[in-house]
Design a protein around this ligand. Structure first.
Ligand SMILES: C[S@@+](CC[C@H](N)C(=O)[O-])C[C@H]1O[C@@H](n2cnc3c(N)ncnc32)[C@H](O)[C@@H]1O
Length: 267
């Protein structure tokens, strides 16, 4: 075993993070960032730090769990998604949406705000939001977001004409998602690699999770999400993600430039 593999085995054993799902280059980048912070020159040296310092184990776990997300991430996707929601609602009485790998909830809350903004009746919109990371899900349920040096919440919500209809501003500069938006979203833990598919969704967003995942797990993830869609339902990927062959055949491109696909009837 190399020192790097030793280190990953330790992380897998001592924390809740499943290193084996992730791409080695990705893991190396994240571990190296922590090594620089702790002045560790080798993996073996850094493993000693991890063994001795529980706080560093928590820091590394935090660094490895990429929960980076935004409200209305990749704006041009959201304009197209509004059309998908309106068309779906016109064709049938309700719209069911799955935000798979929802991180801290900004994606499912964006979907809920978009649906309300498009005039869909709240009782007709049902959003399931899942992630593997319980901490991210706890933050999502709270629905409280504060701007940071790199992320301006007000600007992210600027996609909507009247964002304040969906959030309340707090004195400390944070925003909390309004109850009538929260009411549309249910959060639950789900592992896209090992847990069962769901069924019958009109729209599944599975964005910016496959980019971090080891190649061998991309297919199980995309099998899970595609099996969870009803025929004719839409799948949205992240802007740098593509459907692998074997899955691609089950879809037609609804809008290939922005990675929106429609599940074929017989697939
Ligand atoms: C970069 S975030 C993407 C958030 C959001 N979809 C977006 O595009 O802004 C990736 C999320 O995938 C989650 N994740 C990683 N592996 C997963 C798995 N096997 N099953 C479900 N979620 C997973 C992580 O916990 C993280 O919250």
């Amino acid at each position: 075993m190399t020192d790097f593999e030793d280190l990953l085995a330790f992380v897998e054993r001592e924390t809740t993070f499943a290193t084996s799902y992730y791409d080695d280059a990705y893991l190396d980048r994240r571990v190296s960032a922590r090594m620089r912070r702790r002045d560790a020159d080798t993996y073996a040296e850094y493993l000693d730090v991890l063994r001795e310092d529980p706080d560093e184990r928590a820091e590394l776990l935090d660094t490895l769990s990429v929960n980076v997300t935004q409200f209305f991430r990749d704006r041009k996707v959201w304009a197209a998604l509004e059309d998908v929601l309106v068309e779906t609602a016109d064709d049938q009485s309700s719209v069911s949406i799955w935000s798979a790998a929802c991180a801290d909830g900004r994606e499912p809350y964006s979907l809920a705000m978009l649906a309300l903004d498009a005039g869909l009746p709240p009782r007709d919109v049902d959003i399931l939001a899942t992630d593997i990371d319980e901490d991210a899900l706890d933050r999502a349920r709270q629905g409280f977001y504060q701007s940071t040096r790199t992320a301006d919440i007000r600007e992210q919500l600027g996609f909507l004409d009247d964002p304040m209809a969906y959030v309340e501003q707090r004195g400390d500069g944070g925003f909390v998602v309004a109850d009538h938006v929260k009411d549309l979203v249910t959060f639950e833990r789900h592992d896209l690699i090992t847990d069962d598919p769901k069924s019958g969704f009109d729209l599944v967003c599975c964005r910016n999770v496959c980019i971090y995942i080891d190649k061998q797990y991309k297919r199980p993830i995309l099998d899970t999400v595609s099996a969870s869609l009803r025929p004719g339902g839409h799948l949205v990927l992240g802007q740098t993600e593509t459907l692998p062959s074997g899955v691609k055949e089950r879809f037609e491109a609804a809008d290939p430039r922005i990675r929106i696909y429609r599940r074929l009837p017989e697939a």
